[in-house]
Each structure stands twice: as C-alpha cells, then as structure tokens.
Design a protein around this ligand. Structure first.
Ligand SMILES: [Zn+2]
Length: 969
C-alpha cells in the first residue's frame, strides 16, 4: 500500500482503552469529513460496522425498509440478494443490519482476514451503490405492494417489512415502549415508529425512498468502526474507494433536540387480545421519565445501577412494593437508551387501568421512603457488583463478536457529538459510583431523576378482545373498496405488477452476477476442530467431576449436575418449575431479599436449569442443574450459596411462588412473540422424540400449560404444592446423583473439588431407582391460537435411520435454508423468516416465523423433496454452500460455553474426531451427493406431524388440517 492513500484519512486522536484491551484511533476522511474509529487489539474476530444517522420523519418505516433494500443488490454485486449470498458462502461470525430510532448500522465480523475484507467490500457497495434506486420492485418486495395475482381475488398488501412489523405490533410490550418514546418526546423524531407502522407503510413512495438514501447515506453522515487484529491499510483503501468523490455534505445531521415538557401526562391506548378472551387483569400500565442525554455519562451508568437497585429482582424494594400492592402480576422497567435521550420507565403487566392512581401512590411512597431513610448500603453494593461483574465478563466473552457490541457502544455517544470512548471506559465510572455510594448519590438520583422530575408521562394500555381481527378486516375492506373503484385497465396493471414481481423472485440470478461476489476457496478452509479439554475424575462413588480447562480471567464457572434419569416423565413439569424457583425463594438462613443481595454481592449469578443429553444410541441422560459463577476470591461464598439454595430452599411462601410463576408465564408469552418458530418445531418433534418431549415438559408448551395450572392452584390452599416441591428437592439431594462441571484453570481444581465434596458430604446415598425409558408425546397435528395476525408453521419428524447425518446432508441444509426456504417462505411468502434443522440425533424440523400463510407454507414443505431432486448447482454455488456450512462450526465461544460444549460432546457421544470427519465430508461434497437425498427427505416428511401457533381466523379456516385446536393464551 502506498503512503498517499493513507493520507486521505487523517489521524485526529489516539486513546488508550484498557477496559477493552484496545487502543482507539480516531481518523477523519479529509474530503468528506467521514469519521473512522479503529479499535486496535489482538482479537482475531475482526469487525467492521458502518452506521448512518437516519432520522425518520413519520411512521412509514422508511429507515427500516431502506436497511432491507440496500442489501438487495448493488452496482458491483448485482445479484438479487448479495446479503444472502454472503451468509451462504462466508465464514462470517456476524452479518446483519439493524435500524434504531435514529440510526441504521451494518456490522460484519469474521476471524479470517480474506473473508473479512470480502464482507466489508460487499457491505460498502450495498450501502453506497444500491440497485433499488433504479428498480422499484425492491421497495415493492421489501416494503409493500398491492398484491393481486388474479383480478377475481381479494386485493391485499404484501411486503417483508410490512409483515415483519405486523408481527412486531402483536407484542403489547413493544407497543408500550413505543408509546413511552412517542409521548415523552413529542417534539422529536423519537415519536415515530422507525420500524414502520403497518398502517403507514403503504404511504411510502419510491421517490421519497430514493431521496432519503441520497441525503443520508452519504460518507459525511457515516460513522465507521473497525475492530480487531486486521490489516488497517487495506481497510482504508476499501473505504476510500467509496468515500472519495462525494464531497462534503453542507449540513450536518443533528440528532440533538431541546427536550420539552410533554403536553399531557396521561395517555390511553389499547392492544389486542384474542377475540372472546376475558380482558380482566390484562391491561398494561407504565410511568416514564426523561432522565439523561449523552453528555451525562456518570448519571447514565448510575441509572443502570439504580435500575438494578429498584427493580433487579422480585425482592428489590420498588418491584416488591408494587407486586405486594398488586399493581400488576409482573413489574418491569429500567433505564432505556432510546438514542439521544435516555428514558427511565416502570411498567406493570396483568394490571387494570383503574390502578394507575394506586400505582403512582405506591411508587411515590416507596421512592420517598428510600430517599428519606437511605437505600440499604448492602443493596447498593450488590447492584454495583452485579453490574461490574457483567460488564467485565462481557469484555472477555467471545460468544458475541465484541467488535460489534463496542461499535454500538461507541455510537451511543459519538453520534451526538460526544467522543466515542465514553462508554468504553466503564471502570472509570463504576469506580466513581462505588466512591459516591455512601454520599447519598443514588438517593439524589431518585429525587432528581424520578420524584421531582416534571418530564414524566403515564401510559395505560387496555386489553381489547379481537382488536387485531377488526383492524385486519377493516384494512381488507378498505382495500376491496379501493379495488372496486379501479377500472379494468388499472386492475390489470396491478395484476401485471404482481406477476412481474413474482417473475423477478422466481428468476434465478445470472451465474456471472453471482460470480462477482467474492468468496473463499476450499483451500481457505481447514478441517481443524478446536479441542475442548475435559478431564473426568471420580467425585463421589460412581459420580464424576469434570474439569474443562480454560482461561477464564479469574472466574470460576460451576455446574452441579443432578442425575434425574429415574424421575417419571410426568414429574418433569414440576422439575422445570423447581429449576426456576431455586435462588429466587428464601432459604433456611436467608430470606429471599437477603439471598438476592448475597448472590449479587458475591457471585456473577446463580440459577437452575434442566439439561438433557442424548447419545448416538438414543440413550437419554437428563440432569437437574444448578449453575453459578464467581471470582476466585469469592469461591467459598459461591459454594456456600449453592449449598444453601440446593439444600435449604423454603417452599412455604406461596405468595412468592405465585409471583415467580406469574413472571415465568409472562416470559413465556414474550417468547411466543419472539421465538414461536422454535416452539412449534420442538412441539412437533416432542411427538416423535422422547428427549425432546422432556424438554417440552420442562420448557415448552407443556411447561407453559403447567405454569397456568399452578397459577390456579396457588389461588386456593397451596399447601400441597409446597409439600410437593419440598419432596421433589429432597429427592434430588442424593450423592449418587451429583456430578460437577468446573470450567476454570488447572491450578484451582484440587481446591474446587475438595470444597464441593465437603459441602455436599451430608447428602443421602440411598441407591437410585431404575432409569426410566421415556416415551414421546401423542402424535397428532395441533394448532394453538394466539392474538397474533401471523402464524408460525412447524413440522417435525424423526429422521434417524432414514436420512443420514453426513457432510452432504449438512451442505444440503445450507441450500434448503438460504435458497429454498428463503425464496419461498420469506421472499415470496412474505414471512419474516424460517427454520430448517437436521441434527445428528435424528431431529428433523421445519418452521416459519411471522408468516402470513399457513396451508401454502405446508405446501412449500411438501415440495422440498422435489427441490432437492432437481437441485443442480454450479461448482461456484456448491462451493458457496460448503463455506456457509463450515461457518457455524467456526464460531468463537466464551470459556463458559467451551466448558459446556466439552461436556455435551462427551454426553452426546460426539468426539472431536467425529467433527473433523464431518468437516472432511463437507469439504468433499459433490453436487451429485445432494440430489440423492431427495428420496430420504421424502420418507422423513411422510412421517411428520404439524404444529401451528397463530391467527384464529386462519386456523379455523384450515380446521381440517388439525387433530386438535387449542387456545394458547
Ligand atoms: Zn427488518
């Protein structure tokens, strides 16, 4: 690289960033003023992020649709979806795009320098030279269009973002947050729904779209973050190619604004529940304040700690007071960075709009009390420790590319004229807060930011049965009315547009266009698989101590694995609940509040879970697990707490159990909105696979139903439940069950093992019962009705002994995901996403996400064998799928995850050699290997069962597909 290119980026500043083990270099591009931040360090997981300030001007979702559309082809890479080609054929550890209220970012990451440069190049071309500018079909597909395939059919709206947002609007929580933002900042861009309101999206025109891109996707309005051990000169060279020649924007985009007093304080809106559902106690309430802007760094950190103090767990003083006063069945909230402004809010779920006055009273009384009497210093210490532990652990974790996280963190101040380092120097603020803790700082924060803060609003969200269906019907009516006013010629034009779009979607990319996207070659790939060491020694007689040796920066990770293979399947529902109660209820020596303080002060968290392993012969090994982590210096505390929780939890406080149950139900309802594609796939699998049935009982729809039964039981005399839980825990307390997984350094093993052995020495050693032979659930097609407009359509089957799990089946899976399903379910079907799994243990499932269709999606699944049979790939295409198949096997993991992976490999009977062999097979896969799998897939699908979560009207219309139809909630 010649020096001259380098000169166009002028170094402005260098800044040491010890908290993230990096040096920060800030550059400015001379011609455009574009700023580039380089976070230099030795992390091999390199990242590139380019972001733009993108203020919305109404609810039409322009920024979000733009985010989608720039990834639909660009000048240098004119294929329809280079983004998908990248997922298919790169070793990326992250590739995505995100729209926020005021910015849009495009991050990519990879551990391979060549791959990294490819990703960066494709992304730069996408954002600066997108094809949508000339082709309005891209806005039609990604945003919205009138869809009419036949003049006789009903006219409908279709579009990827249109459907995505219909799904997102199904979430009342989201609606609530949107209202807080809109009502608190009515004179700003933060009042708009940047994702797009389905009612407003069809207002967006191609002309507006193109103009907006021209104005905001300009180098002068861009912010670039480079991260990791990368070749910076090459990165500058690539940036220069896109920055140069654009000149400087005359006007800088300013996202700051004067925050003014909201016009009113109280707002009421409604959200939809299923038609016919009882709306009692289903309202949401929220109180919100404007609390900070990017110039107030210390307070911003202080508010995060305050959130933990007030609302961190059920025992936190404010949360407890609101729950005890029955303001809602679940209380949530905290400090929320919306962009330039930061809001603090507290919300009540399962509430009643009548309770707003009382909500205010309890809130004010509790906060005043805390100010007058002072916050318990132990509570402050616990909260500070918890935040510190989390922040520092994140800085060493490799589960998520740190480069992407730090880019978002840097933008949180940089975008508003502050320096980009503020929030990357967290130690400074956490230390300062620790010093301020006993000076009344947090009490003053409550006074200034909450109690005496006039920038405050109250929101009520009333549950309205059938609101969505009515809206949906109204939209459809309007569309038909619109259609009835069109003459034949206009209708024919709509049909033609629709057909042209379908034609574009159906048309394969030109091979020469696909070839333009840079890819790695097979030579760039290795069959190397990291070794996750695991040393097994005896713990008690017949049980094991597993040591996973990893560098953990002084943190000990512990898992107590209690063998539950002799528990009947019907007991798993209660075991699932039990795992969620432990550490949240009081014990013999600590009440629930004190226990929480102890956990937060001395550990990085303690929680219960269920782990189910299954080896290649189908042997199931289920465990009840209690996990904990702490700094070495607090190890004794950690063990003492684990022991206390495991042996002395008290189940007599049924009020507390009831609160936790309600919170779990609430969490599951949230999951229905965010990961129902997984729920339906697992439900279908549970009908054919015993191991998945156990997971279904402890964390799936079975568990959800169990929680609802428990909630009812708790309304009456719940002594039986207390007794049952006590007995269940008692039965677990047996030496013959207890195995340990320790992830940490070799030098600690002896101490760790000895301490644990002594701690649990007194457990019973009665012999365990026979291992149970578990059965799958009842095989039947099921539908679950919810208040959503969209569906999640799943099928599952046992592929073991039918479809072999090989390199070829893995490469085929990549083609199915990113070619077949992507095109048919997402691009043409208008669903937001889809899923295809085929696991070594035989699990085989398909699922769709936020899907407007139901029967048509099943039809797509049925046609899968035909696709496979006719799959003819060029060498280049196959190569791409091979790389894309290798990519997930190359993802970096945190020390803790490596420890868990080591145990899973052992218990699932998959050796490192098996994984090397799999990689070898993947690399050796030939085109002919794929089509031969069609017949096996056909056989697997003949055995499948269907599970759907979704819209009532659509499920009712397809009644004949199902053996059973249930209402989910
Ligand atoms: Zn989107």
């Amino acid at each position: 690289m010649k020096g001259s290119e380098r000169m166009v980026f002028k170094e402005i500043e260098k800044h040491d960033l010890p908290d993230i083990q990096s040096a920060g270099y800030l550059y400015e591009h001379e011609e455009t003023g574009a700023q580039v931040l380089y976070l230099k360090n030795d992390d091999p997981n390199k990242a590139f992020t380019i972001g733009f300030k993108t203020p919305p001007y109404n609810d039409n979702g322009i920024t979000h649709i733009l985010e989608h559309s720039v990834l639909n082809g660009s000048k240098k890479y004119p294929s329809k979806e280079p983004f998908v080609e990248l997922i298919k054929g790169s070793l990326n550890t992250f590739v995505n795009a995100m729209t926020f209220s005021d910015k849009t970012i495009y991050p990519v990451a990879s551990t391979n320098q060549k791959d990294f440069r490819h990703l960066m190049g494709v992304y730069l071309d996408a954002v600066f030279q997108p094809l949508f500018i000339e082709n309005p079909q891209i806005l039609a597909q990604e945003g919205w269009h009138y869809h009419l395939e036949d003049p006789k059919e009903d006219l409908i709206y279709k579009g990827v973002v249109y459907n995505e947002m219909k799904g997102a609007f199904g979430s009342p929580e989201r609606q609530l947050y949107q209202q807080i933002s809109a009502q608190l900042y009515p004179n700003s861009i933060y009042r708009y729904e940047s994702g797009g309101d389905p009612a407003a999206i069809p207002g967006l025109t191609q002309e507006e779209f193109v103009d907006y891109h021209k104005k905001y996707y300009h180098p002068s309005n861009s912010f670039t973050i480079l991260y990791g051990d990368l070749e910076i000169e090459k990165a500058f060279y690539d940036l220069e190619e896109y920055f140069s020649g654009h000149g400087k924007l005359a006007e800088e985009v300013d996202l700051s604004f004067n925050i003014s007093q909201p016009e009113a304080i109280e707002f009421e809106d409604s959200y939809s529940i299923t038609a016919g559902d009882d709306p009692k106690d289903k309202d949401y309430l929220a109180i919100g304040w404007h609390v900070a802007d990017p110039t107030q760094a210390l307070d911003s950190f202080g508010l995060k700690v305050l959130e933990e103090i007030l609302l961190g767990n059920n025992q936190s003083p404010l949360k407890k007071a609101l729950l005890d006063a029955n303001i809602g069945g679940d209380i949530d909230g905290g400090s929320e960075e919306l962009g330039y402004p930061t809001a603090f809010f507290i919300s009540a779920k399962y509430s009643d709009t009548q309770k707003m006055t009382k909500f205010n009273d309890v809130l004010n009384e509790t906060l005043k009390n805390l100010v007058e009497n002072g916050i318990d210093p132990e509570l402050i210490e616990a909260a500070l420790n918890k935040i510190t532990f989390q922040t520092k652990e994140a800085a060493i974790s490799e589960d998520n590319p740190r480069g992407v996280l730090y880019a978002i963190t840097a933008l949180s101040t940089w975008l508003y004229g502050e320096d980009p380092y503020v929030n990357l120097e967290f130690s400074k603020y956490l230390d300062q807060l620790a010093k301020l803790a006993d000076t009344g700082y947090f009490e003053k924060l409550i006074e200034d930011k909450l109690l005496n803060n006039p920038l405050r609003i109250e929101i009520s969200l009333k549950a309205e049965p059938g609101k969505n269906d009515e809206n949906e019907a109204a939209v459809l009516r309007e569309l038909q009315e619109f259609k009835s006013n069109l003459d034949t010629e206009e209708i024919n034009a709509l049909v033609k547009n629709t057909k042209d779009l379908i034609k574009r979607q159906d048309a394969p990319d030109k091979p020469e266009d696909l070839a333009k996207i840079p890819t790695l070659t097979r030579d760039d790939l290795t069959t190397d698989v990291p070794d996750y060491p695991l040393e097994e020694t005896s713990f008690y007689d017949g049980t094991s101590f597993y040591h996973a040796e990893q560098f953990t920066a002084g943190i000990d990770y512990l898992g107590l694995y209690f063998d539950i293979s002799d528990f009947e399947a019907k007991e798993y529902e209660a075991l699932g609940l039990l795992s969620n109660l432990l550490s949240n209820l009081g014990t013999k020596n600590y009440d629930a509040a004190k226990l929480q303080t102890e956990i937060d002060t001395h550990t990085g968290g303690i929680y219960g879970t269920i782990s189910i392993f299954e080896n290649q012969e189908g042997k199931i090994q289920p465990y009840f697990v209690l996990k904990g982590k702490a700094l070495e210096s607090s190890f004794d505390h950690l063990v003492e707490l684990l022991k206390e929780i495991m042996t002395a939890t008290d189940f007599t406080d049924t009020v507390e159990i009831s609160k936790i149950t309600q919170r779990l139900i609430s969490g599951f309802e949230g999951a229905i909105n965010s990961r129902s594609h997984i729920l339906v796939a697992n439900r279908a699998l549970s009908q054919v696979r015993p191991a998945t049935k156990l997971s279904e009982l402890t964390s799936g729809i079975d568990q959800f139903n169990h929680l609802k039964t428990v909630r009812e039981e708790l309304k009456g005399d719940a002594t039986d439940l207390s007794l049952k839980l006590t007995q269940l825990l008692h039965r677990l307390l047996n030496k013959n069950r207890l195995n340990i997984l320790y992830t940490g350094e070799q030098g600690r093993v002896a101490t760790v093992k000895e301490t644990l052995r002594e701690a649990f020495f007194e457990l019973s050693d009665e012999p365990l019962g026979e291992a149970i032979v578990y059965q799958p659930g009842i095989k039947q097609n099921e539908a679950y009705i919810t208040a959503q407009d969209v569906n999640y359509v799943g099928v599952g089957a046992d592929a073991k002994n039918i479809l072999a799990f090989t390199g070829a089946s893995n490469v085929l899976a990549t083609a199915i995901r990113y070619d077949y399903l992507w095109n048919h379910i997402r691009v043409k079907g208008g669903a937001y996403g889809s899923l295809y799994t085929h696991r070594r243990n035989g699990n085989f499932a398909l699922g769709s996400y936020r899907d407007p269709n139901l029967r048509a999606t099943l039809e797509v699944y049925r046609n899968l064998p035909e696709y496979v049979l006719n799959l003819s790939l060029t060498k280049e295409e196959l190569n791409k799928y091979i790389i894309g198949t290798m990519s997930p096997l190359e993802q970096p993991k945190s020390a803790e995850s490596k420890g868990i992976a080591a145990l899973s490999r052992l218990k699932n009977g998959v050796s490192r050699e098996d994984l090397v062999k799999l990689k070898e097979e993947i690399l050796a896969t030939e085109v002919e290997d794929l089509a031969t799998l069609a017949e096996d897939i056909q056989k697997v699908l003949e055995e499948d069962t269907v599970v759907v979560i979704g819209n009532k009207a659509q499920i009712d219309a397809e009644e004949s597909l199902f053996d059973e139809i249930f209402t989910l909630y």
